[in-house]
Design a protein around this ligand. Structure first.
Ligand SMILES: [Zn+2]
Length: 203
């Protein structure tokens, strides 16, 4: 059985197919900001591992407040990072009244402001909110085999009930990555993604 799974996984990869995962709205926190929201000496409580190695969903939740509304029960992902970053869909931004830019993870300079409320404290951030640019995490080995470059832009065709070809998808190559495409809920709903979904990378 394991042999069969490996063979199928290999064939899927060689065909330029990648598993599509949908990222719900979430928050990454710096150590300092985490302490403000949850209290000194507290730590994140891992709940479930995510597909990317070392990343996890925590038990902790926060409330996001914008000029037009609020979102309760927003997931905090671990581990803690150098900078606080809030990843929302365009629909979330409209609901909150926030004008966030589409950016790659980590590129938060001049991004949108927001208020975050935790059980212990509140943070008013001047920047940190982005709409994550759709991307594919590519393991180095796969990139070599299939001829993909880090930062390369490709299209990806999603095989769903409402097929869509997404353009301008960023490939990110690292030996720490598992091979996955990440889109947000707006993109997933537009394409009718539900359950296990594959996309084909088109150069
Ligand atoms: Zn990702």
């Amino acid at each position: 059985m394991e042999q069969l799974v490996l063979a199928v996984t290999e064939a899927v990869k060689n065909a330029g197919l990648v598993q599509v995962e949908v990222s719900a709205r979430h928050v990454h926190l710096s150590e300092q900001d985490f302490e403000v929201l949850f209290g000194q000496g507290k730590t994140l409580t891992p709940k479930r591992e995510l597909s990317q190695i070392g990343q996890y969903l925590s038990e902790e939740r926060v409330t996001l407040i914008g000029p037009k509304g609020e979102k309760k029960n927003v997931a905090v992902l671990g581990p803690l990072r150098k900078d606080t970053q809030i990843e929302l869909s365009k629909s979330d931004c409209v609901m909150l009244g926030i004008n966030a830019p589409v950016r790659e993870s980590g590129d938060i300079k001049g991004s949108a402001p927001i208020t975050i409320v935790g059980p212990v404290g509140t943070l008013q951030l001047d920047e940190g909110v982005i709409i994550a640019h759709k991307h594919v995490h590519v393991p180095e080995k796969v990139a070599k085999e299939l001829g993909y470059q880090d930062k390369e832009r490709v299209s990806v065709e999603l095989f769903t009930e409402r097929p869509v070809i997404y353009k301008d998808v960023i490939l990110r190559v690292s030996d720490k990555f598992r091979f996955r495409m990440h889109i947000d809920f707006d993109e997933a709903n537009a394409a009718g993604v539900s359950g296990f979904t594959l996309g084909k990378i088109i150069k």
